[in-house]
Design a protein around this ligand. Sequence first.
Ligand code: C2E
Ligand code: MG
Ligand code: MG
Length: 674
Amino acid sequence: MATTLMRNTAPREHPGRYYGYLAAVAVCSIVAAIVTAAHAGAPDIGWLKVPFALWLTAGLALVAELRPARWGGLRMSPIAMISLAYVYAIMVTWGFLPALIVQCAAMTVLFVQLGSSVWRSAFNLSQMGIALCAAWWTWTAASGGPWTASPPQILGLLAAGMVWSVVSTAHVAMAMKMRAGGSWAEHFRAWFKSEWTLRLTLTAVAPLLAIAATTSWWLVAVSAIPVFSVYRILQTAAEREREAERDPLTGLLDRKGFQQAVERKLVDAGETDTAVAVMILDLDRFADVNSALGHDIGDKLLVELAERFLADKPPGKAIARLGGDEFAFVWAELDGMTDPLECAREIRARLDKAIVLDDVSIEIDGSVGVAVFPEDGRDYQTLFRHADIAMDESKKRVATYARYAPEFDHHSPERLILLGDLRRALDHPDAPGVNLYYQPQVCLTTGEVLGAEALLRYHHPERGMVNPAEIIATAEHSSVMRMLTERVVDIALRQLRHWNDAGYRMRMAVNVSVRDLQSPDFTDYLTERIDAYGVEASRLQLEITESALMADPRRVVDNVQRLSDLGLGISLDDFGTGFSSMQHLRGLPVTEIKIDRTFVTSLNDRADNAAIVSTTIDLGRALDVCVVAEGVEDENVRKQLEGWGCHAAQGWHFAKPMSADDFDRWLVHHRASR
Ligand code: C2E
Ligand code: MG
Ligand code: MG
């Protein structure tokens, strides 16, 4: 379905009420036309004895709508409806019925040009019919007889034209209110404000046309010239407005043009409950191209890229250059977009081939950020900001594209509030809120509990339990992360000590973040705490995610090596979800791989996941590292993993994460039942 035809559909809510309104307008128009025609009587001039000048006027009204002038830029892109000037002229010289017929004929031509549906055309013909009736009554009240072009009659004609506009706008505003919601008055004001000057101009031309029509046909022909000028001025203004929204270098839309294109799509998507993807592409190292090869080459590269984007099946319905080396794309479900990430891939694919300029081959690279209406934002500003954040995130991860996720957004007001509250909860060692839950890790061959993973739980005074992933994403970019990890390590080691004292020889796995691993004094802190609690360093397992390792590989690797030298176990968490895993396995003192739960949970339903899991287990065996499967939710998966020779597993099948007391009770029960 093309976007331009959107208004041809009924609104989602109360379609019956909407169609009822349209039908009522149609009935009213017929009644009004009959009453008015009866009152107006037969035209002053016999049907066939009409002077050629009047036929010419009618003909020009139809011609005027053959190429409708729209003045673009405005959100509602109103149509000029030049023929109205002729319709008013016919009304005052020939009578109501001929004017109605010419109006209907001219508007039918217009609606065919615009591709309006039959019922929508019928509605507009009806409401304009009512408007013409109102105009005729106004004119009759003021004219006091046949057309003589007297000053009161000219004023009467001007008033009739404005009445036409008011009545028509009132009907359109009502239909819009039913389609898009909002108040009738608001729609009326917006529509009338954008239309009234043009309507007044066309009405002011009408008396001249009327004088021409009653004088001679050649005067009618000549008077078509100023009417055509109005048409041309409108067209030129529209073109200028469109040009003003273009980037002069590439001819793509500019920032303002892009905003308008997106906003138009959001209105249609909101009405139809469909999605719109906003994407931002930022080139990598474009400044290097400029400084090494000169700005001319830089400009040529941008122009060449713009051409690539516009070439067959462009990856967006509107494409913009936002300035510098940043491009933006918008693609709506109504335009045929099915998968937003597919668009991002398509954009990226167009960077794959090097650009050759002046015999220099330039490799280009870039990252795409995607935000999708309505999930990632409901208005342009939010979507744009979120696409930008996603683009930044994809750069950080050295990925080609990323879709927005709230955890990328480190500066949203909710995040800042959460950060403040978290800091307060961590400021004082006894302040409540931050705690750990423990989830057992079970040996698959013996069923013995090897240890537990400590998982952060934060009970916010108002929000209740906050998702740990959100807390980490919020804290990771601030000094709060360090406070948080220290608290987690402290509680975990105290718990480990408690288990040791109770005679359980278990290990404790603690998750650490990128930020922790970047600072060398984290190692000192850990050493000091391990000593303070008197536990063996080898009983502590640090879980590190691949993305953490990627953030600043060299610095992180040094610190990980120091921790490993202390005797701590190093576990590669969420294995398989990151990238360059093999490289890390070779270059790091990893003692354990944790297969991510997204592969494990569904391994019996998906052959690809089964292949990934079994190969990872083989890999672990070959490299002589322990393999732990995370996310085991049922016995079938457990059995399968055991069959493949996986060492240990963790998941709801054994137990969900529990408080320390519950864990103790679970442990007693588990031992007794074996
Ligand atoms: P993770 O380290 O991969 O932790 C495992 C997550 O999987 C936990 O989610 C756990 O509750 C969940 N899980 C365990 N078994 C199953 C299962 O059978 N099915 C399903 N669907 N889920 C299962 P949780 O507790 O929400 O933690 C999410 C992530 O937050 C963790 O992923 C970890 O990356 C991070 N995190 C948690 N605590 C800490 C912490 O103290 N420090 C740091 N830096 N990160 C933490
Ligand atoms: Mg973990
Ligand atoms: Mg994990």
